[in-house]
Structure formats: structure tokens, C-alpha cells
Ligand binder design. Structure first.
Ligand code: FES
Length: 101
């Protein structure tokens, strides 16, 4: 069963700069974009590269290995949306970011 786990202070996340965290035994990428916080499994479904260091353009994250592009809001691979990265709910309370894992 999923539970909320505190990941970090919101102030540590920089707008548009993905950062990876170990949360509940999973490697998860947190991305602050336009004030919202998105959380994705940090493991590309193509060949399992971590997304760490991948470039973000608007809400599209490019895997650093072979540039596959994913929508951080849905986890969908843009070329074939049925292929998805797992995404997680997030919330901010008292300046702390929590992820439902
Ligand atoms: S491992 Fe991500 S695009 Fe190939």
C-alpha cells in the first residue's frame, strides 16, 4: 500500500532542474516546473538509463542516453504514449515535499 514519504525541503528544488532522490526504496526524479512538483521513476523504459542530467524543455524531459522524450505530467513517451514512466503524486506541507510511493 502506498504511503506519503517526505523527500526534501521545497526550497532545495530549483525551478526546471530535475533532481534525484531515494524515496521509499525507489530512485525518483523530482522536478519543480512552474511552481508545481512532479515525480517520476528515475529509470528510462528504453534501456534503463537514469534520467538524471536529462534536459527539460517546458514539460518534456529528454533522457540523457538516447534523447527519448517524456511528458513529466503523465509519464508518457511522446512518440508512443502507451509506453509510460511511472509517476507519483506529490504534495507540499510546511515547506516539505512528500511523495506517495
Ligand atoms: S535509455 Fe533512455 S532513451 Fe535510451
Amino acid at each position: 500500500m502506498a504511503s506519503w514519504i517526505i523527500a526534501t525541503n521545497e526550497s532545495e528544488l530549483k525551478e526546471g532542474e530535475p533532481a534525484d532522490y531515494e524515496i521509499g526504496g525507489k530512485n525518483i526524479l523530482l522536478i519543480k516546473k512552474d511552481g508545481e512538483i512532479f515525480a517520476l521513476n528515475n529509470n528510462c523504459p528504453h534501456m534503463n538509463c537514469p534520467f538524471t542530467g536529462g534536459k527539460l524543455e517546458d514539460h518534456t524531459l529528454f533522457c540523457p542516453c538516447h534523447k527519448w522524450a517524456f511528458d513529466i505530467r503523465t509519464g508518457e513517451y511522446l512518440v508512443a504514449p502507451r509506453l509510460k514512466v511511472e509517476i507519483y503524486e506529490t504534495k507540499v506541507e510546511d515547506g516539505k515535499v512528500s511523495v506517495l510511493v
